[in-house]
Design a protein around this ligand. Structure first.
Ligand code: FES
Length: 103
């Protein structure tokens, strides 16, 4: 799988959400309180755009129905019903001062 360079390490501000489309896949680079994370940008509940959501601590909130997803596990702490996640979380790497992801 090709690695994609997303941004310099340390460039994102706390709570920033930066969208990318890589090989046709919509993903987000998100700066949570524990560091950067890369997740899919489409909410697993009903297709909301997480790129228009907001970040609180280590979670991202969907703007459509306000479900929150953990940036490390992708899980929704609200429940275990179908459609409540997880959202896909992608492994990122820091190489030579840049954040990379395999998609
Ligand atoms: S579409 Fe995201 S919470 Fe419903």
């Amino acid at each position: 799988m090709p690695k994609h360079r997303l941004a310099p390490v340390g460039e994102l501000k706390d709570g920033e959400i930066r969208p990318f489309t890589l090989d046709g896949r919509y993903i987000l680079l998100v700066q949570g309180e524990s560091g950067p994370a890369v997740i899919d940008g489409i909410c697993p509940h009903a297709g909301g755009d997480l790129g228009k959501g907001s970040v609180s601590g280590q979670r991202i909130r969907c703007p459509t129905h306000k479900y929150m997803f953990d940036l490390e596990t992708g899980s929704c702490p609200l429940g275990r019903r179908e459609g409540w996640g997880p959202v896909a979380v992608h492994k990122l790497e820091e190489i030579d001062g840049y954040i990379y992801v395999d998609i």
